[in-house]
Design a protein. Sequence first.
Length: 227
Amino acid sequence: MTDRADIVWHDQTVTRDEREQRLGQKGVVVWFTGLSGCGKSTVANELDRQLGALGCATMLLDGDNIRHGLCAPPSVLAEEHGGRFAERFGLGFAEVDREENIRRVGSVAALMASAGLITLTAFVSPYRRDRDRVRAIIEKSGHEGDFLEVFVDTPLEVCEQRDPKGLYKKARAGEIKHFTGISDPYEAPESPEIHLRGGDDRTPTEQAAEVLTSLRMRKILGMSGTG
């Protein structure tokens, strides 16, 4: 077994400041969290579009898409890697699996922010401690303020009415275990950097614009987002 002391950090020749100066923006992670169906993916996608229109360099990590690769469940991994591998590295939706899912995503997001990208993520991420750990990972690799938590605060009844993927219906029928808001808890952020009130009459474009305004005020967009 390799000892932790044998894993040594290798400093890179090109610094983060140099990468950010080249892009004309600040690397940051904008972490959208909220119940399934709250609108976080929709708003994050719209924000990605608005940032792109300003010439910003961005990347969007979406919870459903990540589950197809980096954090795939055992059933997906078993097809190519076999059962033993799948059971060890595949992630389900129990509490410990969700913890590892968010840890992996947080580490990837930190790398992207270090490259100077405005990194958007859309994950239920139901547990405060997991989101706090991600904040620590990202700020340790950069600076305080590099992690912006965006709480898309849409009431459960509204999310359940929307139910775009039919997941709430399955959860109510007992067909899905560990479903956040039904059989598993959601721990709402206590003091998010940005608090979006979902379920009102505002469009995703308007909600994304609210987040964009916050990024401007924090001087994250820099030269690329002056248009």
